[in-house]
Design a protein around this ligand. Structure first.
Ligand code: ATP
Length: 299
């Protein structure tokens, strides 16, 4: 079993500021972190560190950030199918943080928007029936749809994280086996609270829905009913990447035991996400391969 993550990769620059700038202002800040990010990249790295053979299919630009992306990914156990988009800058995020813990994030999507449907299709060339296709909301409608259709034609299991939210997601649910949504996404997508939101996604063809509830854990809803798995108490430093850690570990826990998503997968995911929440940054906050394998072995 292999996993193919078709998504985005960014370089995240975090800048600490004393207060939010007014329009037109120039202010001073201090860089506190430079880290790899992007939901696709995050999920692929965590999945690979869990011990699942994983390929990341993503677009990068023709610039200095592309070299950083290749270098950092070169030290991860993930196989990379990076498509260089000529003349474009790699996607990046500027994360502004204030002393009271608030943050604001601006992310460019030039490369993610230019990952073509043909390239996403080609990225699944090596995939076989039973492999996992994992997508998020950063790619365009045509590319996301073709990637999911290709995965279905190959008999792969499809997992989708509809973040960031886009208007076209409503047409995708019949192509999706497993969906991971947070509380805000659940409400925005269906107009309902978590359990009812999950049931509405099941009615559109999804087999398992996980609604993550921040510190309150997560709800797993499938044809057998709904199970709530409480969160793991931890010292919260920075929640960036918690959702990506959670999704990757839940899927890895299930596939490594050759089972459908179950209570243990969700509780393994919560234990791993609590580690991410307890550290600053994105890539630098993820649990190590050793930490992940200890969680997965303990059950
Ligand atoms: P993010 O955008 O911050 O990556 P998200 O909005 O996609 O996350 P959340 O529901 O906030 O998703 O968090 C995902 C999972 O991370 C939760 O189900 C939980 O297991 C863990 N988590 C998040 N916040 C906390 C917290 N404060 N304490 C413990 N666990 C947490």
């Amino acid at each position: 079993m292999q996993a193919f993550v078709i998504g985005n990769v960014t370089v995240d620059e975090t800048i600490a500021i004393d207060d939010w700038p007014k329009p037109g202002a120039s202010i001073l800040g201090a860089q506190t972190a430079r880290d790899l990010g992007g939901k696709g990249c995050n999920q692929a790295i965590v999945m690979a560190r869990c011990g699942v053979p994983t390929t990341l299919v993503a677009a990068i630009g023709e610039d200095f950030r592309a070299a950083t992306i290749r270098d950092v990914l070169g030290h991860e156990p993930v196989a990379c199918h990076l498509i260089q988009i000529d003349g474009r800058a790699s996607d990046f995020s500027t994360i502004l943080t204030t002393p009271d813990g608030e943050n604001a994030i601006v992310t460019t999507t030039d490369c993610a928007n230019h990952l073509s449907a043909a390239e996403a299709h080609a990225g699944l060339n090596e995939a076989a029936a039973g492999d996992l296709a994992i997508l998020q909301g950063n790619l365009g409608k045509g590319t996301t749809t073709i990637a999911l259709q290709t995965a279905r034609e190959k008999g792969m299991v499809t997992a989708f994280n509809p973040s960031p939210l886009r208007p076209y997601f409503g047409q995708l649910w019949p192509l999706i086996d497993i969906a991971f949504v947070n509380q805000g996404e659940a409400r925005a997508l269906t107009g309902a609270d978590e359990a009812e939101a999950a049931r509405r996604l099941l009615a559109q063809g999804v087999r398992s829905v996980v609604v993550t509830l921040g510190a309150n854990g997560a709800l797993l809803v499938d044809a057998d009913g709904a199970v709530h798995i409480p969160g793991v108490a931890c010292n919260v430093i920075d929640t960036t990447g918690a959702g990506d850690t959670f999704m990757a570990v839940a899927l890895a826990s299930a596939v490594l035991r050759a089972t459908a998503l179950d209570r243990r997968a969700i509780s393994d995911a919560g234990a791993a996400a609590a580690i991410t929440v307890g550290r600053r940054g994105t890539h630098s906050a993820f649990p190590s391969a050793g930490e992940l394998q200890a969680i997965l072995a303990a059950g």
